[in-house]
Design a protein. Structure first.
Length: 175
């Protein structure tokens, strides 16, 4: 009976019973923070402590000024649009940093003198993370386009008098 091969489902149940996850408060906190190492997979976007929070707020304000959302749905779409923009920008900066790091490594490990363009190309080719970062940035670029299209469609719909009055009341309370 021991030689009998288990089904994938049975083996998964056995393996799942072995894993109980972190137990200490430190381990639990580390697991909660795992997705925000670089911000690529974080569920709720905001700024990290080392990022410019005022820059994010300025982009959000600028987007609200440009698109002038008339209700909470349009405001939410503008928020999603800014989040996708922020993530794409963050990923671009991470890719640039990785290329700079790879260029430094190649420059210091090679006896051959490379011009800047050649060094940049070699660094891009040797980087393991740049293709992943660029693929994820393309995802956010498509997401930006989808949000813009949705916002355009929403803004073509008429807004009821009650909804616009509620929005005006909220804006008055804010100021």
């Amino acid at each position: 009976m021991e030689n009998e091969k288990l089904s994938k489902a049975e083996q998964a149940r056995i393996n799942g019973a072995k894993s109980t996850g972190p137990k200490t408060p430190e381990g639990l906190q580390r697991c909660r923070q795992a997705s925000i190492k670089h911000g690529m997979w974080v569920a709720h976007i905001s700024t990290f402590p080392h990022e410019e929070q005022l820059a994010y707020a300025a982009i959000l304000t600028s987007a609200n000024d440009q698109f002038r959302p008339r209700n909470c749905v349009e405001s939410a779409v503008v928020g999603l649009l800014v989040d996708a923009l922020w993530r794409a920008t963050r990923l671009g900066a991470l890719a640039d940093d990785d290329i700079e790091r790879e260029m430094w490594v190649i420059k210091n490990q090679s006896n051959v003198e490379h011009d800047v363009d050649e060094l940049h190309l070699l660094a891009e080719q040797s980087s393991k993370s740049v293709p992943k970062l660029e693929a994820r940035a393309r995802h956010y670029t498509r997401e930006i386009t989808r949000h813009l299209d949705l916002l355009k469609k929403l803004q073509n719909w008429p807004v009821s008098v009650e909804a616009s009055q509620v929005l005006n009341d909220i804006n008055e309370i804010r100021t």
